[in-house]
Design a protein. Structure first.
Lengths: 208, 208
DNA sequence: ACGAGAGTCCACCGGTCGGTGGACGACGGT
DNA sequence: ACCGTCGTCCACCGACCGGTGGACTCTCGT
């Protein structure tokens, strides 16, 4: 009885790399591949694999959302996130979506195989750098979690809008914009708008 | 007479993926692999391949610098940059370092094989998105090139320093800091410090 | 039902930033 | 030697931002 695997990644190179690496293991069988989230969900339905190796950054339905859909259907396959990046936001999103594990693509072959077997057993498996990040995040008493409005304001500020302009864009007074900014300063541990934008970006809260 | 290739990438998954894909071509032979820039230079010396497939983001000596070293020795192998990212700064750095081509990792197998054969012949081969970016860059009459001082100031501003603080850090007056900022605003096409920081970041001029 | 808390909203000062104007030295070409 | 250009430097206003104080509405939990 071998483990049935599904490989999900938008890069052909990575897919064939994974398939090649996994084929060397006697007890693994890659039953399907997918290039994006939609396809991944469809493939899971058709082949019902034991473990899904899921990339995060993909066009269309991304890895985190696809994971959430798979987990939403009660008992689905174990989802092992396998990505290049280890930013806070990515990790948190993946874990919240219900990922069984989080590995980085620079992991060697044995680590990967071992992680898949653990994931199949239902164990949570996280790469050391990921654990370190999560631990570092836990230490901070106040989690840098901004409200929707605060993130919205920071997004506009990042694009160079003045407080008054942001207010007009959001249909609120300029004074209110400042309040949102002040509160985000506090949460991010900074004292001016520019540092707030860079901090929010580094925390994965806004895009540039 | 087959083409001798060197695969350089810090991710084992990508390396095996490339090797697997390239092995399917009759006229290709992967003679060596390397996990970082230093190793790549050493492998080139030892095996003298025809084409090097080079990743950009790597620990230690990165792809662009490694490429520069390979090209510095007069005639070396053709270097085909193969990376996930298509940011302006990466492309420019790679091309300036003397890369023969620039491909994205989402390229299918045939595109890759074709590009390698062209690169071996000395042709410059760029992925369509890369060409588009370069073209877009050419259209702008004023290239966003900042002076050393301007970049320095923006770096401090990105970290949340006030003009006066930047002045103290750089041993110049606050008014001078403002001048540098103003000039950078002009070059970047923005009107405030925050937008300048994000624009400079997107242009690859500063790190966060 | 009631208070505590979180989130959103607004008005008023003081310091800071964005913008203008100008000065100085270092190159480079005709 | 000349002038133009570029990079660096500085001083002075007006407008904007950062900070304080307070109000309103929801959602909790006991």
């Amino acid at each position: 009885m071998s483990l049935r695997l599904l490989v999900v990644d938008d890069h052909p190179v990575v897919r064939t790399g994974l398939v090649a690496m996994l084929s060397e293991q006697e007890d693994f069988e890659v039953v399907a591949e997918a290039a994006d989230g939609e396809e991944a969900v469809a493939m899971v339905r058709r082949h019902s694999p034991d473990v899904v190796l899921m990339d995060l950054r993909m066009p269309g339905l991304d890895g985190a959302e696809a994971t959430a859909r798979l987990r939403a259907t009660g008992d689905g396959p174990a989802v092992l996130v396998l990505t290049t990046y280890d930013t806070d936001a990515d990790i948190v999103r993946a874990v919240e979506a219900g990922a069984t594990g989080y590995l980085l693509k620079d992991a060697p072959s044995e680590t990967l195989a071992d992680a898949i077997r653990r994931a199949a057993r239902g164990e949570t498996v996280l790469a050391p750098p990921v654990v370190a990040r999560l631990a570092g995040r836990m230490r901070r008493p106040a989690a840098p979690v901004l409200t929707e409005r605060e993130v919205e304001v920071l997004g506009h500020v990042a694009h160079g809008l003045s407080n008054a302009e942001v207010g007009r864009a959001m249909h609120i007074g300029e004074a209110t914009v400042k309040t949102h900014l002040l509160r985000s300063f506090e949460k991010l541990g900074v004292t001016d708008r520019t540092a707030a934008v860079t901090a929010a970006y580094k925390a994965g809260l806004i895009e540039l």
